[in-house]
Design a protein around this ligand. Structure first.
Ligand code: ATP
Ligand code: MG
Length: 608
């Protein structure tokens, strides 16, 4: 982070000590910057411990970098996401929650779907309803049930309370079964990580007091996206007495309604529960004049232009097709790269200054193809995503690893047996004649693995893969993924004073070691959600046709959901520091092979 001069108002916030503060300010006004500076200031004087919760692992890593790694900082400051904070508490206190071993995270959607199917199967009533459904309806049914379970957790309700008066009331009975199956696998899902810590604080006053005393300063970024469970957890962490809590956010960037968040509830509840002082910042330090003016029109805002000396670019391109859109994006990138410099952009124009954003991943297909054709390097931003493997051998490795560290995990054991087409993964004979004969070597290695010798095991695994008769492309993919894993391990060991295999696995599930890989080279492709809080000199926002952005489901629902799509467009716009190119195709290829005529996103109409 370069040295900058904070404005007097920003400095005032950095200098705040005790009390409750709500900083509401628009994108690029320096909220995260100010929060980071304040954490740094507080950490330099022994005022008590600091807890800083950010939205992404990347934002947390940036704050950590700014704080340095002295022992005092490591001891007195916790910087992480809600999930990583709660996971660290669970690792110490799981016994108080009725687990005899640390429960493992089932982070995958596929795992949750599998669990809910098991739950359905185990109750004859549900089993017969489910069996009578057409395949498409079956998916909807499991989706709804999982949605119900998540909502119970995120809204801090009982299944009974949520079911009351709702048409989904039958899912109430699946909740307990789902939880029981999780428990029998010694596992938890993502929502449980936070729910269990909230439960712990609620039911165990003395443990809650321990943490209350522990953290004197609580700092929260992107507070517009807190859900009820997260807010209740914070309230509980503050107890009746608190020293200092500061939240920063922007209601116009609220985009996590599907996660149970509501910016208005944040503004009202936090102010009334904590008698918080509201402070606003109203200058944008990130974006060029063109980007701010476009964002102001989009949202009907009046954000002041600070960078008026930097005109920047705002352009809307109407493409005849998705292909034409991709050619526009890649053609413009090539022109920019050829120019190498521009008066509005500091330094040379390089790949790392360019991002391509979209509402959903599917909009990138053509652009990806075009980038490849032109040999332009790119990567997909991973955000908080868990580490996943795509090669068969590494998939098997991942499953063996899970089963080794959590022998109660029958779900992944079964998946592994299905994958290898064996009856029992513990029979080495069966493994040798399985679909993946090296599986027996992988298992053998892992049987004797500990965190201390894990690095050596990874290297042994490399030679197993190298000497295997895997086909060339598959071998390369497998080794690349293994190298990735090695990088994650190195990063994990750097981050942790007391490393363990269990800890490493949860770090992978929470994406805590994502910064370790040097995969992030070239042009960044990202969904808008993942790009939240971050910035890029040049942004291409693609797929801005109505029904894609806003998403057709939100269009159908209208109201708050449609508003969130608009907020998300605003988030996308304001990621651009200098140049913003927005595009949409006039027709889109549908999965069934027809082309559908498309029109410009309703949000862009005031801008054309
Ligand atoms: P978002 O809502 O998108 O998360 P934010 O309000 O958190 O935005 P920051 O990311 O903190 O904004 O700041 C935006 C950019 O402006 C950063 O590059 C930051 O370093 C820079 N910045 C912040 N304050 C100043 C300042 N006073 N002078 C110059 N640059 C600044
Ligand atoms: Mg920010």
């Amino acid at each position: 982070m370069q040295q900058i001069n904070l404005s007097p108002k920003q400095q005032e916030i950095v200098g705040l000590n005790e009390g409750a503060f709500l900083i509401l300010a628009s994108a690029g006004s320096g909220k995260t910057r100010v929060l980071t500076e304040r954490i740094k200031r507080l950490s330099e004087s022994p005022n008590g411990k600091i807890l800083a919760i950010t939205f992404t692992n990347k934002a947390a890593a940036e704050i950590r970098e700014r704080l340095g790694t002295s022992d005092r900082i490591k001891k007195n400051v916790f910087v992480g996401t809600f999930h990583s904070f709660c996971q660290s508490i669970l690792e110490l206190r799981f016994k108080l929650l009725g687990y005899s071993k640390m429960p493992h995270i089932f982070e995958d959607d596929a795992d949750r779907i599998e669990l809910i199917k098991q739950a359905i199967k185990s109750v004859p009533y549900f089993d017969s309803i489910y069996n009578d459904l057409e395949p498409k309806k079956k998916n909807q049914y499991t989706y709804n049930a999982l949605q119900f379970i998540s909502t119970v957790k995120r809204e801090v309700l009982t299944a009974e309370e949520l079911a009351e008066g709702s048409e989904n009331n039958e899912y109430e009975y699946l909740y307990e079964t789902y939880q029981d199956i999780l428990k029998s696998n010694n596992a938890i899902d993502f929502d449980d990580i936070i729910r269990l810590v909230y439960e712990l604080f609620t039911n165990n006053e003395s443990v809650a007091n321990l943490y209350r005393k522990s953290y004197s300063y609580i700092c929260i970024d992107e507070c517009q996206d807190l859900n009820k469970l997260q807010y209740y957890l914070l309230k509980s962490l503050c107890g009746n007495t608190f020293k200092s809590i500061m939240m920063v956010g922007d209601p116009n960037q609220a985009i996590y309604g599907f996660n149970g968040s509501a910016a208005s509830f944040m503004e009202e509840d936090f102010v009334s529960d904590f008698a918080a002082n509201k402070i606003t910042l109203d200058e944008n330090y990130r974006c060029s004049k063109s980007v701010i003016e476009a964002s102001n029109v989009l949202m009907n805002l009046e954000v002041e232009v600070v960078n008026f000396v930097i005109p920047g670019v705002f352009e809307i391109y109407e493409a005849s097709s998705e292909n034409d859109e991709a050619q526009f994006v890649v053609g413009t990138i090539k022109k920019l790269l050829k120019a190498t410099t521009h008066k509005d952009i500091e330094g040379d124009i390089t790949f790392d200054k360019i991002s391509i954003l979209g509402r959903n991943k599917y909009v990138f297909t053509q652009v990806e193809e075009e980038l490849r054709a032109e040999s332009i390097p790119f990567y997909y931003k991973s955000g908080n995503a868990s580490i996943k493997f795509s090669s068969a051998s590494m998939k098997a490795f991942d499953l063996f690893f899970r089963v080794k560290i959590n022998p109660l995990d029958k779900l992944h054991q079964k998946r592994l047996e299905d994958m290898l087409k064996v009856g029992d993964i513990n029979s080495s004979e069966e493994l040798k004649s399985s679909k993946l004969p090296i599986a027996s070597d992988i298992k053998c290695l892992l049987d004797n693995a500990s965190i201390d010798n894990f690095h050596i095991k990874i290297n042994e695994l490399k030679s197993i893969f190298n000497n295997s008769d895997l086909e060339d492309d598959e071998k390369k993919l497998t080794l690349d993924e293994l190298n990735d894993l090695e990088n994650h391990l190195v990063q994990y060991k750097k981050q942790n004073l007391k490393p363990s295999l269990d800890g490493f696995k949860s770090a992978l599930a929470l994406g805590l070691t994502n910064n370790s890989t040097n995969k992030e080279t070239g042009i960044c492709l990202s969904t808008v959600h993942t790009m939240k809080g971050q910035e890029s000199e040049i942004v291409f926002l693609i797929g801005m046709d109505d029904g894609t952005f806003p998403d057709f489901r939100a269009v159908n629902k209208g109201g708050e959901e449609l508003q969130q799509e608009k907020n998300n467009t605003y988030v996308a716009f304001t990621r651009a520091k200098r140049f913003l190119y927005v595009s949409y195709p006039k027709k889109r290829l549908m999965p069934w092979g027809d082309h559908k005529a498309k029109t410009i996103s309703r949000f862009l109409k005031p801008l054309v």
